[in-house]
Design a protein around this ligand. Structure first.
Ligand code: CA
Length: 227
């Protein structure tokens, strides 16, 4: 567990502080957010090895965070619920969380659950880490994209967009679908951000390697084609 990066999203400041100190003592690197939206922003900006998620949060609920994260990541998520949030607990597992723990909990219990979730996720990623289309290969564990064995340098958003296209290869995705999946429902910017990022990807992949991956259906959207 040396150096594993944990994000703790918990608005009960005292509890968050306690868990943070205990996890640090165990050798984890811990980032704490007290607000759901801030937590989601951190997840979009940084790589974490695990997310510990309270359900009732200001800004954005734990369920919503979980649902959004699962669209682009299999990072282990453990939900921390209060006793009276049983229905939320079910919803949390439905939305893709790996485990839940009822508050108050013993720190040893949390540490044990974390070890189980890590082991489980290592098993999963070992199975399904490589996505392939033609000469392109995406290693989702290393977050590395290669074309013909050469590494392609992508930003986080470019990578997420490419993964979404490749996971749905041969399916035409509308701009709205892409925007919702990759940028999130709350995205308030211009819808042409999709076109802009498709251009970036084409420049870095299709044009750089002289092989066509990303296809346009005019007036509808985009897809990655497996010949
Ligand atoms: Ca709370």
């Amino acid at each position: 567990m040396e150096g594993k990066k944990i994000l703790l999203v918990e608005d009960e400041v005292k509890l968050a502080r306690f868990v943070e100190l205990e996890l640090k003592y165990e050798g984890y690197e811990v980032t704490v957010c007290h607000d759901g939206r801030e937590g989601m922003n951190r997840i979009m900006d940084e790589e974490f090895d695990m997310i510990l998620l309270d359900l009732m949060l200001p800004g954005l609920t734990g369920i919503e965070i979980c649902r959004r994260v699962r669209k682009f990541s299999r990072v282990p998520i453990i939900i921390l619920t209060a006793k009276d949030e049983v229905m939320d607990k079910v919803a949390g597992l439905d939305s893709g969380a790996d485990d839940y723990l009822t508050k108050p909990f013993a720190i040893e219990e949390l540490l044990a659950r974390m070890r189980v979730a890590f082991k489980h996720s290592e098993g999963l990623t070992a199975k399904k880490t490589i996505l392939r289309v033609q000469s392109m290969e995406i290693n989702t564990e290393k977050r590395m994209v290669t074309v013909g064995g050469k590494v392609v340098d992508l930003t986080k958003k470019e990578y997420e967009l490419l993964c979404y296209l490749v996971q749905n290869k041969n399916i035409v995705l509308t701009r709205e679908q892409i925007l919702n999946e990759v940028w999130g429902y709350s995205y308030m910017g211009e819808t042409n951000v999709v076109d802009v990022y498709i251009r970036y990807l084409r420049a870095k992949i299709d044009e750089a390697f002289g092989e066509k991956f990303i296809h346009t259906i005019r007036g509808v959207g985009y897809y990655v084609k497996e010949e």
